[in-house]
Design a protein around this ligand. Sequence first.
Ligand SMILES: Cc1cc2nc3c(=O)[nH]c(=O)nc-3n(C[C@H](O)[C@H](O)[C@H](O)COP(=O)(O)OP(=O)(O)OC[C@H]3O[C@@H](n4cnc5c(N)ncnc54)[C@H](O)[C@@H]3O)c2cc1C
Length: 435
Amino acid sequence: MESRKWGIVGGGIMGMTLALRLTQQGHKVVLFEAAPEIGGLVSPWKMGNAEWDKFYHVILLSDFRTRNILKEIGLEETIEWVETKTGFYMNGKLYSMSDTIEFLKFPTLNLFDKFRLGLTIIIASRIKNWKRLEKIPVTTWLKRWSGSRTYRKIWLPLLRAKLGESYQKTSAVFIWATIQRLYGARRSGLKKEMFGFVPGGYKNVIQAFKQKLISEGVEIKTNYAAKEIKTSGNDRKSISFTNEKNEEFDEVIVTLPSPLASRLCSELPKTEIQKLNDIEYLGVICVAVLLDKSISQFYITNITDSNIPFTGIIEMTALVDKKYLEGNALVYLPKYVVASDPLFNQSDEEIKDYFIVNFKKMYPWLSDTNIKFAGVARAKHVITVAKLNYSESLPDVKTSIPGLYIINTSHIKDGTLNVNETVRVAETKLEEILN
Ligand SMILES: Cc1cc2nc3c(=O)[nH]c(=O)nc-3n(C[C@H](O)[C@H](O)[C@H](O)COP(=O)(O)OP(=O)(O)OC[C@H]3O[C@@H](n4cnc5c(N)ncnc54)[C@H](O)[C@@H]3O)c2cc1C
C-alpha cells in the first residue's frame, strides 16, 4: 500500500502498537487519546508517594510479542523475572497450591477428584484445535473432565469469580485459553511459575513507547476525545472531537471497545452497528491497597468463598520488590462485573469500605493502621464474554465504509485478555488490512 495518512482513535497498547507498525511501514500516523496521557488500562496512578499501574500487570516468559516490543523500546533486558506462588482461599482458610506436593495435600478434594482435576488441566494444555471448544459450554466441558464434585467445589466458584453470571453463556474456549496461558508460565507440569515486570511498572513502558513513537514520526494528540467519524469527500474520513477540533484522514482505525466504537461510527449500516453492540463486555472494579507489610507469599490468591466480594487477591509485591513502592506492600482486590452492575453506581468510599471489611475478615490481624492507601480503579469495558461460537459472530475489522476499521481486543478469539494478545491482534489484523 502506498503511503497514506492514518488516524488512530485510542492511545492504549492497541493504538500504540498499530501506530508503531504503520509508521515503520512508511505511513503518516496521528494517534488520538481522550485522556491527558496515553496508556489506557496500563496507565499508572499515584498512591500516596508511591506510583504503580492502576490495574495489576505481569509479563510471562511466553509473552514473545510483548517482549519484542519491549526490546524495540529498549526495556526487554530490564525485565525482572521472579518465581511466584499461588494460593487458594477456601472455606475461610488459606492454602498454598504452587507445586505438585501442595496440590496433593490440598483439602476438600479426594485423591480421585484431584487426579481428574490434574487431568483436566493436562487435557486443556494439550488441545490445539480450540475451534471445536467454541461449541461446548464451559460448564459442560469442565463437568465432563473433572466430575461434578470438583466442578461444584473448585471450577464453579472460580468461573463465578471471573465471569459473574456470564459463565453460563461462556464456551470452553475460556478455560482452555486460561489454562494454556498459565501452563505456559510454568516450566513444566504443575511446577513453579515465573512472572516478570519492568522496574517502575508500565509507567516506564508507556514513557519509552511514547519516545519511540515520537522518534519514528508518529504525532500523538492527547485530550482528543473522538465524538464522531464521518465520510467526507475524496474517500476521506473526518474525525470530530469533543474539543471542537476536526481532522481528516485517508484511513481511520478505532481501537475502542465495540459498543463505544459503534457510537462513533454512526454512518455504519444497522446490521454492523448491531453486531458491534451484541459483543458483551465485563468491566472491572479494582481496589488497590498499600500496606506496611506483606499479607502472604502468593502473587495470586484464588477465592472460592462466595461471601467475599472480590474475585481474588493479587499481591504485586510478592513479585515486585517493595523498594519500588516506597517500602510498602501493594495488594489489588479486583471484581469483574457487567457494566450495568449496581456496584458501578457506588461511590469510591462505599466500595472501599465493602471490600476492605471483607479483606480484614480474611486476614484478621489487619487493622486500619496497616493501611497506608486505598483507592478504587474502574473500567466498564474490559473483557469480552466468549459466548458459544464467539469467533463466528465477530464483525470483520474492515467495516463496510472503505478505509474505516475497528480493531480492538474483542478480536482475541483464542486467548485471554493481556498485552501480548493485544499486540498480536494489532499486528495480525494490520497485516490483513495492508495486504
Ligand atoms: C484488572 C486487569 C488486569 C490485567 N492484567 C494483565 C496482566 O497481568 N498481563 C497483561 O499482559 N495484561 C493484563 N491486562 C490487560 C491489558 O491491560 C490490556 O490487554 C491492554 O491494556 C488493552 O489495551 P487496549 O489498547 O486494547 O485498550 P485500552 O487500554 O482500554 O485503550 C483504549 C484507549 O482509548 C481511549 N479512549 C476511550 N474513548 C476515547 C475516545 N472517544 N477518543 C479517544 N480515545 C478514547 C481510552 O482512554 C484508552 O486509553 C489486565 C487488564 C486489567 C483491566
